[in-house]
Design a protein around this ligand. Structure first.
Ligand code: THU
Length: 131
């Protein structure tokens, strides 16, 4: 099994850059590329609440916009006293743009729970359905 200690630490650190102005709920993420580079993300909220973005999508869009295309894992840390799973919208984006990667959830004691995209979004809609 892969050692995701460093990736988890990066996600925890990225919580500091969250802008949860309205919810007060901090999320930090760290996306690992196939070549070993890490892109971090955090949730950023707008006064028009629905325009806010989750930490997961921040990291994914940062990486894609820098030219990255292949990913192997995504770590998620939050203020939740447990393992914070990605929301439904992020699950779809992870499925479409990252594939069946390892999703590492980090709790407040820095313990890890690892699942696959396909476990979080079984029977997913995707590319193959619109060809
Ligand atoms: N949020 C994330 O960033 N990731 C998740 O997996 C769940 C929710 C954010 C969205 C919003 O800024 C705040 O957490 C509360 O929902």
């Amino acid at each position: 099994m892969m050692d995701y200690t460093k990736l988890a630490e990066k996600a925890v650190q990225a919580k500091k850059n969250a802008l949860p102005t309205y919810s007060g709920f901090h999320v930090g993420t760290a996306l690992l590329t196939a070549e070993g580079k890490i892109y971090t993300g955090s949730n950023i909220e707008s006064s028009s609440y629905s325009l806010s973005i989750c930490g997961e999508r921040t990291a994914i869009f940062k990486a894609l916009s820098e030219g990255e295309r292949k990913f192997s894992a995504l770590a998620i840390a939050s203020d939740f006293d447990g393992y914070c799973p990605p929301c439904g919208s992020c699950r779809q984006v992870i499925h479409d743009l990252c594939g069946d990667i390892d999703i590492i959830m980090v709790n407040l004691d820095n313990e890890l729970k690892i699942v696959k995209t396909s476990e979080l979004l079984p029977l997913a809609f995707g590319d193959e359905n619109i060809k």
